[in-house]
Design a protein around this ligand. Structure first.
Ligand SMILES: [Zn+2]
Ligand SMILES: [Zn+2]
Length: 372
């Protein structure tokens, strides 16, 4: 723990007046505008010591062995003002500006949304995208000056961007630096601004860019295009452009992770007898073979026909969920045939046979309730 009495150079039984005097003296000597940046750490120590010892509550706490300025400990500014407050009240907002502000600064990142079809998410796609961002002004090339003219060094601050000011405070006279009003702190002035960009060095423009959409993107995926965002003030380097993906739902295939799911309606007779079927998939027509005795909710997996993995190679699977269709209407002949079948199989008067519900029933129920 810092010895705040030692830092201020006062005895442990010093009066509030003694503490205030000692602080004023040290603050005058150590202020960064007077003593330079090397003294800044000592100046902060002195200010912190004063913050604690000038406040009766904090001083009492400190005398008991608890540092009230330590994070988590302390009384959080109850009564008196905090260290930051002292610093900012008397010395004007923390870090003083040291030199000219660069006229040219990096631009902001931009965000655009891109709707993609499920098929594009499966295989990846090349897309073109209209974006509206700031670009470098072609007339002045980002210099902000009318062609044929140039920037001048500011005569008020001699290019330093800051001016010195003498301020009076209870600590006496203090030299402070402030941004130069004549050049807004840039250190340079533009005698004749470029008319096309108004001296900004950049203009807004709508342009078309190509985007490589990789396989595996989904809603919320952001693709970063380096330096395709907003050009900065003064023709500064462009920020990045983020393309946020929104996946359009497909009417047949539903995506879960990198797997695709669909439902295949199979007539009761085909499920019982078995059948070959041709499915229309993103990879063209695929033959599948339903075995005799195919059950409701059975899943046929077509390996590697799902969505391409975003990070790495390979693809998910296509899961085909079988839904056995029981006829809702039968004509006389069909009913007669089924009755004969039932008789042959000894199923005319089926015995009720109860068994525990299959776990799958619950997940299907849940999906139905959550509307998936
Ligand atoms: Zn211009
Ligand atoms: Zn200036």
């Amino acid at each position: 723990m810092n010895d705040y009495y030692e830092i201020l150079g006062v005895p442990r039984d010093a009066s509030t007046d003694q503490i205030k005097k000692a602080y004023r003296k040290l603050a005058r000597e150590l202020h960064p505008d007077v003593a330079g940046a090397e003294a800044e750490d000592r100046f902060k120590d002195v200010s912190r010591a004063y913050e604690v010892l000038s406040n009766p509550d904090k001083r009492q706490q400190y005398d008991r062995g608890v540092d009230p300025t330590a994070p988590g400990g302390g009384m959080g500014g109850s009564g008196g003002f905090g260290f930051q407050d002292i610093f900012e009240t008397f010395f004007g907002g923390g870090q003083a500006q040291q030199g000219p502000v660069p006229r040219s600064r990096r631009g902001q990142d931009a965000l655009v949304r891109l709707d993609v079809d499920l098929e594009e998410a499966v295989f990846g796609a090349k897309r073109e995208l209209q974006v509206d961002t700031a670009v470098v002004c072609r007339t002045c090339g980002g210099t902000c000056c009318r062609p044929g003219t140039t920037m001048h060094t500011c005569e008020v601050c001699k290019g330093r961007g800051v001016v010195q000011r003498v301020q009076r405070s209870f600590l006496g006279q203090i030299m402070t630096t402030a941004p130069c009003a004549a050049c807004q702190g840039f250190g340079t002035v533009i005698p004749e601004p470029c008319v096309d960009c108004g001296g900004e060095g950049r203009v807004r423009e709508r342009r078309t860019i190509a985007v490589n959409v990789p396989a595996g993107v989904e809603t919320g995926t952001r693709i970063r295009l380096t330096a395709q965002g907003e050009v900065g003030p003064g023709g500064g380097p462009a920020g990045d452009l983020y393309v946020e993906i929104r996946e359009r739902p497909h009417e047949t295939f539903v995506r879960r992770g990198d797997d695709l799911h669909c439902t295949l309606e199979v007539p009761m007779t085909a499920a019982a007898l078995g059948a070959g079927m041709t499915l229309d998939t993103f990879d063209g027509e695929q033959e599948i073979e339903l075995r005799p005795g195919t059950q409701p909710a059975q899943v046929v997996t077509l390996r590697g026909l799902g969505v391409g993995h975003l990070n790495g190679s390979g693809r998910g699977d296509l899961q085909v969920h079988v839904e056995v269709q029981v006829p809702t209407t039968l004509d006389d002949e069909q009913a007669e045939l089924l009755r004969s079948l039932a008789k042959l199989r000894g199923e005319e008067h089926p015995e009720p046979r109860l068994s525990a519900a299959h776990p799958g029933v619950f997940s299907r129920l849940r999906d139905k309730l959550s509307g998936r």
